[in-house]
Every structure is written in C-alpha cells, then in structure tokens.
Design a protein around this ligand. Structure first.
Ligand code: NAD
Ligand code: ZN
Length: 387
C-alpha cells in the first residue's frame, strides 16, 4: 500500500499590510509572495507573486528562474492587443491564440502542440501562459502532456484567473459532453500576478471575478468582507491599491486551501460555496447564465439554507445579498428557471434513497459549515425563497 504523506505546507507572505487601506492612495511596489510547498512524494515548491507592474520585471525573474530555457509564450490575442510589447521580449517565441471557451478543447491542444513543434520547442523549453482562465487551463494542460510534461509559468490577466484558476494546479479542456472533463493536476513553476492587467478588463468580466472574490472572502476572512463592502466603488473603478489588496488576499486564501488539499480530497470543498446551487442554475439555464452570476445566486441560496437551518439570522443573509448587488451581480433565481428542474440538476436520483448531498453553508462572514443531507426538502425550500 502506498501511503501519501500529508502535504507539508509553507506559506510565506512578504511585505503585505494586513490593515486595509481606506485612503485614496495608489499603493505601489507591494509584493506578496506565497511559497507553495507540496510533498507528493517528493517536495515541490513554487511561488505565487502578486505585484502591480510585475509584468515589467518578468524578464529578469524568468531569466533567473528558468535560465537557459527557450521561452514560448502562449497569449490570449485580446491581451496582446491591449498590452502588446509590455511583457515579452524580442528573442522569444510568441503564439497568439483566440481564447474562447468554445476553443478550450483537444483540437486546440493539438494545434498548439504542433505549432510548438514547428517552432522547435522541446523538453528543455518553458511555456508561459498569458490570459484568463481559458488560456491558463489550456496551456497548463498542454504543458503537462507536451513531450510528457514541460515546465510552465502562469501570468493570469482576468480577476477569475488571478484569484482562482491560476492557483491550485488544475488544468483541463472541455468535451462536447461537458466542461473540464479532460484534465490533469499540474503545478506551474511560478505564478506571476499583475493586478494592473485588470484595468482593461470589461466591467461585466470583472464582475464575474468579484463573485469568486466575495465567495472566497466569506468563507475565511471577515476583514476582507468588510473591505469589499466599503470599497465597492473604488474596486469597480479599478483603484490599483484596492485591486492589489483583494487579489493578494484571495490568492493567499486559495493557496492555503489547495496546499492543504492538493488533490481535492476534502478541504477544497469549501471553495464550492454557492457552486452546488450555482452549477445547477447554470445547467438549467443551458449555460446562458454566466458562471459568476450563477455563483452569486448560488451563495444567496446557500445563505437562505443557513437561515432555514437556524445557523444565521436574516440580517446576515441580507448582508450577503447587498454585497453581491453592490458589484452588479444578480441575487435572485430568474423566474424562467423552474425549481423542480434545479433540484433535478443536482443529479438527484429519487430511486437512490441513501444518496447524500453536501452543501457549504455560509455563517457569519469568515465562517462556514458543511451540511450533508439525504433529504432535499429544506434545500427545495431555500430555492423557492430565492426567486
Ligand atoms: P477567459 O479566459 O475566457 O477570459 C474572459 C475574457 O477576458 C476573454 O474574452 C479574454 O480575451 C478577456 N481578457 C483576458 N484578460 C484580459 C485583460 N487583461 N483585458 C481585457 N480583456 C481580457 O475567462 P476567465 O473568466 O478568465 O476564466 C474562465 C475559465 O476558467 C473557464 O474555462 C473555467 O472553467 C476556468 N476555471 C478554471 C479553474 C481551475 O482551477 N483551473 C478555476 C476557475 C475557472
Ligand atoms: Zn467558480
């Protein structure tokens, strides 16, 4: 029997102020470094670095981190259009691609792999992913299988990618049957987060990321929830010090959780707050409701369930509703979606009487509880109260 040791976790955070800045200062040059250390069976360490303007320092850092390696950048075309020439340099190979969810598939993996081969990438090369979650997932997966695995660096440029998808080592592509059905766990060499990239992000895409930020804050950081309540205007107007604060805090929270649970054994489930309801809502809407919107509605349904179970008061649930609303996220299930379809979408099989479902219940900000149940009666009630 192989016994996998519990991952040894080192979190190293440098020069971050833990008191939130309320004044209108554009705080610069703050670097947050999180050292991720996994033991599985051999130890693996890498850094997640968050700093405004980091893209301008990539050259020096990459030369040190991966000296002698030929660099192959795979960049979201939209990011190149907005930030051209700001992060890669002349001798490097740059492949631009159209980063669309519809192209997050095995065909793109083959196309990109063949392009890498054509340009001479080999086992000693370095892949660098620049873009949102779609690019990170595709390039991460490609790196994990190209010539049986080559090192890669993540440079996430959307809020979702900076606080969620670039951290944790999950990679993957979609199949016609469903999302992320083919994938690997593959850790990057480095994650370089520059919150300045968020300046050019369209408002509705920033809002999608805010749903994950609020979810992450609610499960573990009451101070951050307060900060999000107070700073919604500053965050929406892309005040850099605020963006840096929320991105670095959420990246740390996610890193801590995944370090403790690299392969999704248990703890990672807390990140699913709002996702059990949210996935069902997305599915019933035939994916016309974007993921972040569904997560916001899903968190509100979960809060309603917490109220029904007597875990929180109506005031706390109302607090959550106004937090999501403050970031222009929906907080009610659209009337077009039928409650019975949502319940059905949980995958509930009425013939299987002992089937158990687990929900993450939000408690007061910073706290959560898991609720496992075989009886969906209260869940149904929470759904009905969320229209
Ligand atoms: P995305 O990569 O499609 O980016 C959204 C849009 O923003 C795209 O049109 C892109 O071109 C554009 N964009 C990217 N950076 C920009 C910038 N700086 N300025 C202007 N426009 C920019 O989507 P996303 O929301 O970042 O990520 C969603 C994907 O992430 C999904 O495929 C999801 O499955 C995946 N995901 C993965 C994980 C994981 O753990 N691996 C976690 C969460 C989500
Ligand atoms: Zn999500």
């Amino acid at each position: 029997m192989i016994v996998h040791p519990v991952p040894r976790v080192t979190v190293m955070v440098e020069s971050i102020s833990h008191t939130y800045q309320k004044k209108n200062t554009n705080r610069r040059n703050v670097t947050v470094e999180i050292e991720v250390s996994l033991k599985r069976p051999s130890e693996y360490r890498y850094r997640i670095q968050c700093e405004c303007g980091l893209r301008k320092k990539l050259k020096g850092i990459l030369e040190e981190l991966a000296s002698g390696k030929r660099r192959f950048w795979i960049c979201d075309r939209e990011v190149v259009r907005k930030w051209a020439g700001d992060f890669y340099w002349e001798d490097d190979e740059v492949i631009e691609w159209e980063a669309l969810e519809e192209l997050k598939n095995l065909h793109s993996i083959e196309t990109l792999a063949r392009e890498l081969l054509r340009r001479g990438a080999d086992r000693s090369s370095l892949l660098i992913a620049v873009g949102g979650g779609v690019t990170g997932d595709v390039v991460g997966f490609l790196a994990s299988v190209y010539m049986r695995g080559i090192p890669f660096v993540q440079i996430p440029t959307t809020l979702v990618a900076q606080v969620d998808s670039s951290i944790g080592g999950k990679t993957g592509v979609d199949l016609p049957e469903g999302k992320n059905l083919i994938g690997t766990f593959y850790q990057p060499l480095w994650v370089a987060i520059d919150p300045e990239f968020l300046i050019t992000l369209p408002d509705h895409i920033l809002a999608q990321g805010m749903a994950e930020v609020i979810k992450t804050a609610w499960i573990s950081d009451a101070d951050l929830v307060k900060f999000l309540e107070e700073q919604s205007q500053a965050i929406k107007s892309r005040k850099l010090s605020c963006l840096e604060e929320i991105v670095s805090r959420c990246a740390q929270i996610k890193a801590r959780i995944v370090m403790a649970d690299e392969m999704e054994g248990g703890l990672r489930r807390v990140l699913n707050l709002g996702h059990t309801f949210g996935h069902a809502i997305e599915k019933v809407s035939n994916y016309s409701i974007p993921h972040g919107d569904a997560v916001a509605i899903g968190c509100v349904c979960a809060a309603q369930l917490s109220v029904l179970l007597g875990k929180i008061t109506d005031d706390i649930s109302a607090k959550m509703v106004s937090l999501f609303s403050g970031y222009d996220l929906p907080v009610k299930i659209p009337k077009l979606l039928r409650p019975e379809d949502i319940l059905e979408a949980f995958g509930s099989d009425k013939k299987k009487t002992d089937q158990e479902f687990t929900f993450v219940l939000p408690l007061d900000p910073g706290c959560f509880e898991l609720y496992a149940t075989k009886n969906l009666a209260l869940v149904e009630k929470a759904i009905l109260l969320s229209y």
